[in-house]
Ligand binder design. Sequence first.
Ligand code: ADP
Ligand code: F6P
Length: 324
Amino acid sequence: MAKTVKTIGVLTSGGDAPGMNAAIRAVVRAAIAKGIKVKGIMRGYAGLLQEEIIDMESTSVSDTINRGGTILYTARCTEFTTAEGQKQGAEICHKHGIDGIVVIGGDGSFRGAGKLSALGVNTIGVPGTIDLDIACTDYTIGFDTAVNTAMDAIDKVRDTSTSHERCSIIEVMGRHAGYIALWCGIANGAEDILLPERYDGNEQMLINRIIDNRKRGKKHNIIINAEGIGHSASMARRIEAATGIETRATILGHMQRGGTPTCKDRVYATIMGAKAVELLADGKSNRVMAYKNGNYVDFDIQEALAMTKDIPEDQYDISKMMSR
Ligand code: ADP
Ligand code: F6P
């Protein structure tokens, strides 16, 4: 018989993502519907260690489903990666009567959640990152908004790039993962997509393609470069020197992490947040919510963290076919 859960905590950790507020709201309201009290833990694990813990009511999350960012704020916390920090975090949970925590974040945040779970605080992870780089799930909260924001911005750059018959390198977020780059590359009809998982650094090939594209009559040449490859400004200078075609670099940066969440982000975040509370209410711990093959499912945290995923080769091939 599972221990009755009386109070749960919710926190957001790592990079923020549009839709995190919808997930917080779902956790708060699903818990209240089950008669469970909710405490908001501010600034991720950093706030936990500082005991920045607030009581949350249904009205605490009014007017938030449509807001980007996270009302609980977020942080990265080195102290929590130590055994001492984790022990302190668990003790603080016990002191505040917190029986379980919903952690909304990425892989790093789930590692922390796993540690808390081992110390007797039931934890459930909800995938929140614009990078789509959590292997156990086909969907992460924030990705849909981020790619739509980036797509709109790239369309605008394309207009001016075409008018001036220039080459444009547009850098999108993704330090280790190229999903935003791949999706924008396909959606924006880019001539080239440079992915951290695939780019071999062969700039001459890139230059040859730009020259060839111009000979074939292409007015612009859009290159989507992932943040993990970076160096967009120096790349633009070298391309201009080698091709004689005016080349500009645009780094989209953190604008991709903000803004009103799309319908998809709000809905998936709401369902995952509510299901995370169901897991806690059922006495479950050390699980991650996921959306896999059309279903909402959950995985053991360590098993989820051991999974790997890569850019789908067929999608990458199709993107290249479309650009020729
Ligand atoms: P994300 O959750 O988006 O992957 P990070 O990798 O920055 O973001 O992780 C967020 C936070 O999770 C870190 O600042 C740290 O507090 C915590 N964390 C990351 N790795 C671990 C770990 N191995 N053990 C405990 N906590 C961790
Ligand atoms: O949250 C994911 C992400 O936006 C990555 O795409 C990016 O590499 C990283 O976070 C940047 O984080 P920050 O600028 O907040 O340190």
